[in-house]
Design a protein around this ligand. Sequence first.
Ligand SMILES: [Zn+2]
Length: 396
Amino acid sequence: MTSSQPAADAAALKRRALETLDRLAPAVRELALRIHAHPEVGFQEERAAAWVGEALRGHGYEVEHGVAGLPTALVAVRRGREAGPAVGLIAEYDALPGIGHACGHNLMAAGMVGAAAALAAVLPDLPGRVVYYGTPAEEDGSGKILMLERGMFRELDAALQYHAGDRVSFSIGCLATQSVAYVFGGRPAHAAVAPWKGVNALDAVIQTFNGVSALRQQIRPDARIHGIITDGGQAVNVIPERAAMALGIRSPDGAYLRELVHRVALCARGAAEATGATLQMTPGQLEEAIRFNRALAEVVSRNAAVLGFEMTGRFGEASTDLGNLSQAVPTVSYTLPTCPPGVRMHTREALEAGAAEVGLAGMLNDARVMVMTAIDLLAAPELLRQVRRDFDAEVR
Ligand SMILES: [Zn+2]
């Protein structure tokens, strides 16, 4: 076997890996149903992580739990015949509070175990390695950002993810998001007897909202600034000593988002200045936009076409911690239907689909595309070079 005929080799390896996946399908379905039946919210995915780790160990993966100081994060590695590129499978397994697995993360965790197991069958004939990442708290907690900050993922040549949904698409971007909390401090005074002795912190909040409302007219149409008053004072007859607000600021362009955060800060500072209030700003986690990688999307699309799916690029409105990962290493995120058309994630219909035939069959299609894509990437060094060139060219 030489690297001059990777295409023929890849076709045979794909056949063998997909046969393995078909054979393992009952176990993969069972794992998806088990995780669905035992929903665990972010950073509490103890059973899901344990089940996933156990299954991967059974397929020859070296599994490490509790990576990056996060008890429910895991990394599992299986190496090929020699050193080479690293392809990551980026799984999630957190549920939503109250409703459960209404975002299909059970289908990601289990289906990617299936993909990893199928790849294990052909890795002895491929260079490089496959790495399964169990990333906690996608919904609320940004596990991937914490894992990135603690040095994970950076060894990857490509990161692959699919997400549940009703579409046939790959992600071409999403809105980067920054949330910021603003607290204004004033001086209390009797609102009727001596209001002139007070400094009205609520006025500072209202001035900030008005400043932001004016600013909105001058910002790019695809940016968003939205928020609420979280503290408007305690009593009508007291000039508010403390008032607070929180904003979400979004843009498909991370650099522009940072500029907007600064301009909103100027609105808040101006309001503080005008009212005499003090100001404290506390930024939350910045979720970056998805950095699109055309070469990876093309490989995924070609493999989806083999299964009869015609994929198109889609801009996602929601923000995700996968965005930060995609800024660090070449990443693709795609969706094959795991629920009936029109069903949105985080609904009761999505919850039901995650344990129904439509969800389980869709999950296996997603896993098939992932298996074929990983084989393409490990078998063809030129493909990964193109992936890297695309990554470097995308300047967002
Ligand atoms: Zn999700």
